[in-house]
Design a protein around this ligand. Structure first.
Ligand code: SF4
Length: 188
């Protein structure tokens, strides 16, 4: 079995501690019960990437009974070597945070308040407004007659709360519609 840095540290730490304590005559039954009760005990380790910036620190997500129970930096990944900045360290709250929006919120033009909308209404609005914008503003050729097929009146701002895969799909869909003005909060 290949022993990674992470496994080595785990084995060395656990082994040395247990050996020392048991040699000193401590009863480890209670400690073992505590370890068994840890939330990551028996959890599956899934490797993923922090989505918050272009450094792409690797994380280990612990999944138990189909639910994410913890995230931490991956000590074996050469870029971050187990460390995470404050944003990456708070990654778990991206999944659990009670302030995270789970439904579309709409603010009408000139309004100062947000209203919750359902997905059907939201998708219809997006489709209608995109169609209107393309009908009105789509540019087929530039001033020298070269084909450009672009839509300059629509701007898309991405979010690091979307996964890399979701961002790739959004980017491709918008490019297909001719939207060239796209940016992302996590690009630097
Ligand atoms: S936000 Fe922080 S933890 Fe996440 S990839 Fe960037 S530097 Fe790494």
């Amino acid at each position: 079995m290949a022993v990674t840095r992470r496994k080595f540290l785990k084995l060395a730490g656990a082994g040395a501690l247990c050996l020392t304590l048991s040699q000193l005559g401590f009863d480890l039954t209670e400690a073992k019960a505590y370890v068994a009760a840890l939330k990551i005990e028996g959890a599956k380790e899934v490797h993923s990437v922090c989505p918050f910036c272009a450094v792409c620190c690797q994380i280990i997500a612990h999944v138990k009974d189909g639910r994410l129970v913890s995230t931490e930096g991956d000590p074996d990944f050469p870029v971050n070597q187990g460390t995470l900045c404050a944003k990456g360290a708070a990654l778990f709250t991206m999944y659990t945070g009670k302030h995270r929006l789970t439904k579309p919120m709409y603010r009408a033009p000139y309004s100062s308040s947000w209203v919750e909308k359902d997905w059907d209404w939201t998708f219809r609005q997006i489709a209608r407004r995109m169609k209107n914008a393309r009908d009105k503003d789509f540019i087929r050729t530039d001033s020298q007659g070269r084909t450009v097929n672009r839509l300059e009146s629509v701007f898309s701002m991405g979010t690091s709360h979307a996964s890399n895969e979701e961002c790739a799909v959004i980017h491709q869909a918008l490019k297909g519609l001719g939207v060239i003005h796209q940016d992302h909060q996590a690009r630097t």
